[in-house]
Design a protein around this ligand. Sequence first.
Ligand code: BGC
Length: 746
Amino acid sequence: MLFDSKWITYKTGEYKSADDKYGNPSPYFRREFSLSGEVRRATLFASALGVFKLYINGEEVDSDYLSPGWVDYRKKLPFVRYDITDRLEACNAIGAILSDGFAVGHLGSTYAFKRCGYSDRIEFTALVRIEYRDGRVEEIPTDSTWRASDGAIRRSDIYMGEYVDARLDLGNFSSPDYDDSAWDHAEETVFKFSRNLLLWENTAPRIRVKHIFTPKLLRRRGESYLYDVLQNIAGVLSLSLRGAAGASVIVRHGELLDSGELYTENLRKAEATDTFILRGEGIEHFRPLFTYHGFRYAEITVVGDAEIIDITAEAMYADLDKSGEFSSSDPLVNKIYRNALWSQRDNFQTVPTDCPQRDERLGWTGDAQIFAKSAMWNMNCKSYLEKYLADVRDAQLGNGVIPAVAPVPPVGSYAYTGREAAAGWCEAIAEIPYAHYVMYGDKRVIKDNIYALKRLLDYYAVESPDGIRSGRGAYGDWLSLGTPSDISAVSTLYYARAASLCERMCRIIGDSDAEEYASLFERISRAFRERFIDADGRILSDTQSLYCMAYKFGIIDLEAAKKNLERKLIEDGGKLTTGFLGIRFLLPTLCDVGRSDIAYSLLASREYPGWGYSVMNGATTIWEHWDSYTESGGIRAGMNSFNHYSFGSLTEWMFEYCLGIRPTEDGGFSRVTLYPCIDFTGKMSSASGYYDTAFGRITASWQTDGDCATYEVDMPEEIKWETDFSAYSQVEYISDGKKMTFKIKK
Ligand code: BGC
């Protein structure tokens, strides 16, 4: 164990229950200490039931927010580690402000949106370890010598927002010369869960402010101001204010305007409201510490004598490094790409969430697996997804089922606990490790997850001995249009897919079970064909998604996919109908079957339904539904987010098909297949992009000229490559030693 300090708490109000709307004031802790020699290294470790912001000698320790992050605190406790070697003086003070966060604050979704899921009180533990140059080690653990107080933050909750009364501000409480004589002592607690609970180091990238915007004032009506950030973000507003003591400023957030007014209905029970009461001294700054909102618009109401001096909007998400970028000659397509990127940014919080705004924000496994590969093209998600996979394994039920969300909120419904084993959601345990391995080449991720996948497959085998899954309780091809895909067919397809990915991963790590999963896959495929495919080759319920998935999962051949998908698209009036699961495979399948012309016309379409329709209607992120908003129906009522990344999973296609950079199963880009799908319809005349591999950058681009195109690729020598130009009539290869150029004829 890296540290084993006492757990401390401080009671700032009567403990609240699951149904209370708001929690208690934030506890503040501080502890002074002096050095007794020259420091070689100093480290601060901290964990909490709740979330914290830490300070040292009057400044924040780190620019992170909502640390130590969310995991299932019943399984393990995340701690974070900060190097404070360069921050120490002869006399020092550590300060901490705690908030309800994920453990004590609201969690869940509208059906079961409750507080106190893991605990009814905040608990905190920390240790300062000082290693002196002379070899001595001094440790300053949390215990009852730490001083405690309440302060300006009267309540805060990730979904509800923060309420700050600056008249109760404690001043610079982490400064070493601060007078804490009026403070109480922290209370040592017997930690709520088992003392043996594992303290687990959360090394995944932390949440930080990644972009700052200057919102535009749209209108002022009396003391109410309406601002537009011009981008749907996950974050907060930061305000500079001046005014009289007791005057207040109330900030409400929303993704949309409806008839010129802030629209908040789709937030459901999330109040997403921050309140600041002024102290009345000079210019005051207000920046909530323990919440974030999914918003583009904010309405600020000033009550009493106060004025807004300055306002910025801060977008926050996991501090992941950018790894790739795509662009093309079509501004609409570029906007679609950027909207998907923004939905990733807004939802890559301490877990990858479905949406950042409403009373939900959960780690839905289906959404995460559909988007994971796309996410890895945009950003280096290696440790981020490893952490999420650990959440998924922690969530796995005793019978092997992977729940539909991970972590599972303690107060949930069947939807979360996943007793029904939702197809496409459970398979996060297959899809994410496989895609992760392909992108990063680290076999450890397979070794860490394959046992959980085998347990899931064991469950399926018992539940569906004939290979056909019933689909009971599953979501199917969620949020598709028109005739829904048969749910048993979708579930059986994903069963086959899980078996096939298991086989592939067994082979990659040299696991002798590979053969067993290969024959399982064969059995399920056969059962699928017998049960769901008729004599004409049609799959029961006959949807675009089913043909794409059946083809991509290796169950029908290219000819069958081509014939049926072409027919379906004609019958569907040339419009896409795919839901969350099918969408990932629609453009790839069209390209594989030689109909990249259709792929490009769906991509470039400005009509409903499609990505372009949302862009034409002002989207700055990817919508949850194809019809989240329509000109005829207005804003869709009920469950409706304007910031869900699932339909953004075409990002993967942009890199792997449009640019043709395809990493193979050798892993980590040690080998790639160049497979550009060039647009000869004339909608897009060029495309370019790059991806930063561990070996260096790969850049790829193409440009068309009538029926000809020039495709250029530049990549590190260490990367082995092959080409698949089978779609083209003629290809000429020219190399200048570094850059490769291919002259392609349609
Ligand atoms: C979420 C999802 C999720 C779905 C499952 C919704 O409430 O927002 O994106 O995958 O439920 O049915």
